[in-house]
Design a protein around this ligand. Structure first.
Ligand SMILES: Cc1ncc(COP(=O)(O)O)c(C=O)c1O
Length: 360
């Protein structure tokens, strides 16, 4: 309400405050953006990715990862995922490196670390930049390090259903001063140091621009929502973890339903994904769940099958193609009760046989 009363709705002091709060959270510089996709695009551009370049990315990700890459003029090179974590497989990715490869975009699928350490080793061997798609991973850990506190560039999303929301929104975290300055300028139409001027309460009508920029900044209204949400992060994250652990405890005895993430102590789940061994008719199972008042999801349609991104090399994503039809996302959000989780599990287990192969 204070932002609305002040009537300064665009990017100003509230965004500055939200960035400062996020900087305290990560211990590193943070730049807020209008959404996570914009953050990924700006980060790639600031890493020098552009026309004719290639970026290695797992096919099993939200379309936004791909669109952010192609928006720079670069080509997303579809890579396979590791069969345990369903995150980017660095061995497969290495085979797809060419002289045009500029960067790798590992995705923290379902908020888990995957093989991120091996991705950094791969990048170091080939002198590539890493733009982490950490849209799911706010508050998750890789070993004893929180995502965003290490590495090259990490991009988060604050859309309406993420670990925190700013209505929409996103942020980029890095400690590379040159990359940060390019992102700061590019989110404000490429105007040199416009962020700094706004935060001093100044705006000059004389300026220079030396790179392509975009209107990708965050508004004060969004930042106010983000600040209020960040204050509640501990509450949200412990609830999400405990719901994930409750699902896992139920499925511990099942031979058919396999949770993707085994341990939620260092993972703040944005989505809860299971693999269903022998699943033959996912649509049928989803319809049956819906008849029982339970909405499920599918994350994500592999991008290498989309007309815009299919092509050479994409026929070889064996793990992605094998695993995708078995994957199902069960309900997960902080307002879900333990009783809700118990109901989802009992409806799923009671109905699953009808949609799986007989040998289950
Ligand atoms: C894996 C992944 N990458 C990128 C994004 C893009 O974030 P946004 O919706 O904030 O643009 C999302 C979320 O929507 C996502 O799930």
């Amino acid at each position: 309400m204070a932002v609305l009363d002040a009537e300064y709705l665009g990017m100003g002091t509230e965004v500055q405050k939200f960035e400062a709060a996020l900087e305290a959270f990560f211990g590193r510089p943070v730049i807020c953006t209008v959404n996570g996709t914009a953050g990924l695009q700006l980060a790639l551009q600031a890493c020098g990715v552009g026309y004719g370049d290639e970026v290695l990315v797992p096919s099993l990700t939200y379309l936004a990862s791909y669109q952010a890459i192609s928006a720079t003029g670069a080509r997303p090179v579809s890579c396979d995922v590791d069969s345990h974590t369903l995150c980017l497989d660095p061995v497969d990715a290495e085979k797809r490196i060419t002289p045009k490869t500029k960067a790798i975009m590992p995705v923290y699928y379902a908020s888990a670390p995957g093989l991120i350490t091996q991705c950094y080793e791969l990048a170091a061997r080939h002198n590539l930049r890493i733009v982490e798609d950490a849209a799911h991973a706010l508050g998750s850990y890789v070993g004893d390090k929180m995502v965003g506190t290490f590495g090259d560039v990490s991009c988060f999303s604050f859309d309406g259903i993420k670990n925190i929301t700013a209505g929409e929104g996103g942020c980029v975290v890095s400690d590379n001063p040159e990359t940060l300055q390019l992102i700061r300028d590019a989110r404000m139409l490429g105007i040199h140091k416009d962020t700094e001027a706004r935060y001093r309460g100044e705006r000059s009508w004389e300026f220079d621009v030396s790179n392509q920029g975009w209107r990708y900044h965050m508004s004060n209204i969004m930042a106010a929502i983000g600040l209020a949400q960040l204050d509640r992060f501990d509450e949200f994250s412990s609830r999400r973890k405990s719901l994930g652990a409750r699902y896992n405890a139920h499925f511990a005895k099942s031979n058919v339903v396999q949770p993707l993430v085994a341990d939620f102590s260092g993972v703040v789940p944005h989505i809860y994904v299971v693999r269903i061994v022998g699943l033959l008719d996912r649509d049928g199972l989803r319809a049956r769940m819906l008849e029982n008042g339970i909405e499920t999801g599918v994350h994500y349609l592999p991008n290498h099958n989309l007309s815009f991104y299919s092509g050479e090399g994409t026929e070889e994503l064996a793990v992605t193609d094998r695993e995708f039809p078995l994957m199902l996302t069960l309900p997960l959000h902080p307002d879900l009760t333990d009783v809700d989780v118990d109901k989802v599990v009992s409806v799923l287990l009671a109905n699953i046989d009808a949609f799986c192969s007989a040998q289950n």
